[in-house]
Design a protein around this ligand. Sequence first.
Ligand SMILES: [Zn+2]
Ligand SMILES: [Zn+2]
Length: 151
Amino acid sequence: MSHEGIRYISKEEQARDEHESRPLPRIAMTPAKVRVLLTEGKGLEIEWQDGHQSAWSFAWLRDACPCATCVEERKNEGRKIGQPKAKSADLLPMYQPPAKPAGAQPVGRYALQFNWLDGHASGIYSWEFLRRNCTCAECSFATAEAGSLLH
Ligand SMILES: [Zn+2]
Ligand SMILES: [Zn+2]
């Protein structure tokens, strides 16, 4: 028997969903400047047309991959977008180089795609996705506020 279509969500998730679906003005989702700091290995920086500036580390971006496989994996592990995988205590600590892409290319006019060195490249990072997941203090605070509204 399939329970598809039935979705149980917590109040917190509901608040987050509402926050995530709140409409953004077009200028907030249109980059004025995009910089992929490949050689520095730092990450992605975007200056938006509304003047807001965002920056993400490559590690964050890899753990935020919006492809179906990664979304499913995060859901199963209860991880948030950009949250690294929990290191298993049973395993010997293994050195893992921080995620880095070999390159990045625009997808149409609405997104960016990374070719990660681990071979993964199916994530399409739309401008809207990036702006909604801006990690600056101001935006992180706004997201946390939305999550606590119903408590
Ligand atoms: Zn992915
Ligand atoms: Zn921000």
